[in-house]
Design a protein around this ligand. Structure first.
Ligand code: AMP
Ligand code: GLY
Length: 426
């Protein structure tokens, strides 16, 4: 069968790789894809359509006999691509627009968690600067406090304020300077959670679900988790801080009540659910939900999936998840993001990239492209995050060593990466 993957980052390159492994699949289309998916060849074909062009994507699916569509990024979900495709009788993996509010509205997700007793930081909602400033002026809650724009902000909508001055600044940035536009019409101010973060991904048909291995992201730009927040500079899995006992709590206290709650409220949640956790002394709480897989975590959890990924996705859209195997390799995986220097702020693009030819023959190593394109036969940089280099190993340490060996084989002017990806899991 033919499948369509929507998006153009390293997560979508990994999705294309996993889909191409399945012997059920004849063609993998990816819209818009990137330089890496273009170089894959074989079953994989780039399609020059934007992830947000949902009507054109539907037309493409009809004309190319696509039987299953997989949504990588959040914007098409918020635009209602799942509702559109389903009403046209097309099979698609993802939540409806209403269900995707778990990500696209932080106010919705906080109020939802409160309604269903799901552990998360205490919070207040504000719709204008006056009320938020009054609250900050009177609140005795110790700093840091966390200020969040409610809507989608491409991972940039969160301020961790160390004192009242910073908090007031953040509120002014969002409500008065409107740095996030309409996504800042509502603001959540919540307590700071202590602990360690981990990500758990769920594949669900609305009732039944399957779990990928827990992963840990590295959001800060510099070693030792310092500097600015980014989209993610690397990840590893499995994350040992999510012990079997913690995972049981995550299922009982978070995943089950989330799926039941969404169903009871009339928006059953289907597709991938990303549960961003803070784990403090073995107690998990929700930092955020996302309505999709994470990037760069996908680049470690998918290579660790031993079973046929597409078979599981097909089963999920047919409500038959319990009928397919969902098994993992007993290995570790690490992925190191190579970024353009200057990211997450200003960076230059169009830099030619050199990739040593032996990379393609290294077993259990995957060079997932993010911001690249092929120009006159040569890969060039087109984005802030340029590659996500994954390697598997028998231990986390081995997977890290191998990933860094591959990183050394890639060069372009201004290439930047963290040197300590995975170290916090050792
Ligand atoms: P989000 O976009 O909600 O994932 O937030 C981005 C990052 O901010 C998270 O990955 C955390 O590192 C941090 N963060 C968000 N909310 C909190 C919180 N209540 N306590 C501590 N850190 C937080
Ligand atoms: N890795 C963070 C995200 O995908 O949102």
């Amino acid at each position: 069968m033919n499948v369509l993957i929507i998006g153009g980052g390293a997560r979508e390159h990994a999705l294309c790789w996993a889909a191409a492994q399945s012997n059920r699949v004849t063609a993998v289309f990816v819209a818009p894809g990137n330089g890496g998916t273009e170089l894959m060849g074989g079953k994989v074909h780039n399609v020059a359509l934007k992830a947000t062009a949902i009507d054109d994507l539907l037309e493409f699916v009809r004309q190319n006999a696509v039987e299953l569509t997989i949504v990588g990024s959040e914007q098409p979900l918020e635009l209602g691509i799942v509702d559109l495709f389903r009403s046209a009788g097309q099979k698609i993996v993802g939540p409806t627009r209403a269900a995707a509010r778990l990500e696209s509205s932080k106010v919705f997700s906080k109020e939802f968690m409160e309604r269903h007793g799901i552990p998360t930081a205490a919070y207040h909602v504000f719709r204008d600067a006056t009320d938020a400033n009054t609250y900050l002026g009177q609140s005795q809650t110790p700093y840091p406090q966390v200020i969040k724009a409610s809507g989608l902000c491409a991972g940039k909508g969160v301020f961790i304020s160390r004192n009242r001055e910073e908090a007031l600044r953040a509120v002014a940035d969002i409500f008065e300077d409107r740095i996030f536009g309409d996504a800042g019409d509502e603001v959540v101010i919540e307590d700071f959670l202590d602990g360690q973060e981990a990500s758990v991904f769920v594949l669900t048909d609305g009732v039944k679900y399957r779990l990928f291995l827990p992963a840990q992201d590295h959001k800060r730009i510099s070693d030792g988790d310092t500097g600015k927040n980014t989209g993610g500079m690397g990840a590893y899995a499995p994350a040992s801080l999510v012990t079997p006992a913690v995972m049981r709590k995550v299922e009982e206290q978070i995943i089950l009540p989330t799926l039941k709650g969404m169903a009871r409220e009339g928006s059953p949640y289907t597709g991938f659910l990303y549960v961003g956790l803070m784990i403090d002394n073995g107690a998990p709480s929700v930092v955020e939900y996302n309505a999709r897989l994470g990037d760069p975590e996908t680049q470690v959890v998918l290579p660790l999936l031993k079973s046929d990924f597409i078979a599981a996705l097909q089963a999920s859209v047919e409500g038959a998840l319990e009928e397919v195997p969902f098994e993992m390799h007993e290995k570790s995986a690490a992925t190191v993001v190579i970024a353009s220097s200057g990211y997450p702020d200003h960076y230059d693009i169009g830099k030619p990239i050199t990739i040593s030819p032996d990379v393609s023959s290294m077993e259990d190593c995957y060079l997932f492209h993010a911001g690249t394109a092929i120009k006159d036969g040569v890969p060039v940089t087109t984005g802030g995050r340029v590659f996500s280099v994954t390697a598997l190993g028998d231990t986390l340490r081995k997977s890290m060593e191998r990933a860094y060996q591959v990183v050394e084989k890639i060069s372009f002017e201004g290439a930047y990466y963290r040197k300590d990806i995975g170290a916090k899991g050792l």
